[in-house]
Design a protein around this ligand. Structure first.
Ligand code: FES
Ligand SMILES: [Fe+2]
Length: 379
């Protein structure tokens, strides 16, 4: 793969900070508010972007043992993703083949030995095969081998579980080389620690916009993480349809004088990857955050935020420390700041005050993201 390495972005940031590379180019782009409100447009986005493309569901370690399962309806389809006895991760429609009952009831993480339908107790193995039909003598000519649970395309790659609700998954084409960066950040060697799931009252793109804009960091986040950053010194590029962003941290000052082999991907910058369409991976100094968005309505989005750590907590103390770091980001930086503005903007545009939203030279990554969405839903 010939793509540039993340370290090249840190070098560019240092040059930009030192004033030896040019700053952002002035520009003004207008995006119609209908992109965030229109129901027909929303349906096209959901269908083309979220049902027919690989999505990041979880870190593979969240389903670490055989029987570990995630029950999720976030795509509007009852699904269950689980690790079977052979160690493989699979996704099935969480629907009984007898008379269509939704099979495992409680959404979220669970551990199963088998899937038993509450209605007439048809029972399925972790491999999805139909294992038992009570009073099976009352059925004639049933081909039980063909009555396993309906499978949905799933792959584990770079430590992440990728799921595609419809059609066949072509993950290599989708990744377009992005995996090299994930390997560089040793994503597969991390451990799932904890997760929050919330419904945000905003269009999913308002949330992506917030992660694609370095302009707000020292302003909106001035009471939390803002002071760790100089004002909007950022580099972004595209890997396939995914956006790679590096935002300089205050330590970039020392990087100006360091040889390339001493630049540090976490100390001198914060990298975030907007994985098209609905995920964001942020390599924060405390922990890597994996965020996945699942649009429910033009103004409603399920927001799933997972914390990964380099090792499982070694003590109760460390567990408490991880929990504090998570809360600080989850409730503070995301909840009270990034999500606060996404919901505020959704309410703002519902007033009819603006026909368009305005994006400038420090919001270029968001502009290119909107261009890609536009292109993809036209196809
Ligand atoms: S619907 Fe599931 S056993 Fe009858
Ligand atoms: Fe932010």
């Amino acid at each position: 793969m010939s793509q540039t390495k993340p370290l090249n972005l840190v070098q560019k940031l240092a040059a930009r900070f030192a004033g030896t590379a040019p700053g952002p180019t002035a520009q003004t782009r207008r995006i119609p508010v209908s992109a965030y409100t229109d129901a027909e447009r929303f349906d096209r986005e959901r269908q083309h972007l979220f049902m027919q493309q690989p999505l990041i569901l979880a870190h593979a370690s969240q389903l670490g043992n055989s029987g570990d399962a995630l029950v999720w309806d976030w795509l509007g389809v009852p699904l269950i993703t689980l690790r079977d006895k052979s160690g493989a991760v699979a996704t099935f429609r969480n629907v009984c083949r007898h008379r269509g009952m939704r099979l495992v009831q409680d959404e979220g993480q669970t551990c199963l030995r088998a899937l038993v339908c509450p209605y007439h107790q048809w029972t399925y193995g972790l491999d999805g095969a139909l294992r038992n039909i009570p009073r099976d003598e009352v059925f004639s000519d049933l081909d039980t081998a063909s009555l396993g649970l309906a499978r949905v395309a799933t792959e584990v790659r770079h430590g992440l579980v990728w799921v595609q609700a419809e059609g066949e998954m072509n993950l290599d084409e989708h990744l377009a080389g992005l995996g090299d960066d994930f390997d560089e950040f040793q994503l597969a060697d991390h451990h799932f620690c904890q997760q929050s799931v919330r419904t945000v009252k905003a269009n999913w793109k308002f949330i992506q916009d917030a992660f694609l804009d370095a302009y707000h960091v020292t302003r909106l986040h001035k009471h939390t993480v803002g002071p760790f950053f100089p004002d909007a010194v950022a580099e972004t590029d595209l890997i396939g349809r995914h956006t790679r962003s590096a935002v300089a941290r205050n330590e970039i000052e020392e990087a100006v004088h360091l040889p390339p082999d001493q630049l540090d991907l976490r100390r001198h910058a914060t990298f975030s990857y907007t994985v098209f369409p609905g995920s964001v991976l942020v390599f924060q100094p405390d922990y890597p955050a994996v965020i996945s968005l699942f649009p429910q309505a033009p103004d409603r989005t399920v927001f799933v935020h997972s914390m990964l750590t380099r090792h499982p907590p070694a003590s109760d103390e460390e567990q408490a420390h991880f929990a504090r770091s998570f809360r600080l980001i989850d409730e503070g930086v995301f909840g009270a700041e990034d999500i606060f503005v996404a919901e505020g903007a959704q309410r703002g545009i519902a007033s009819g005050a603006n026909d368009h939203l305005i994006f400038g030279g420090l919001e270029e990554a968001a502009i290119s993201f909107h261009d890609i969405v536009e292109r993809e839903i036209e196809q």
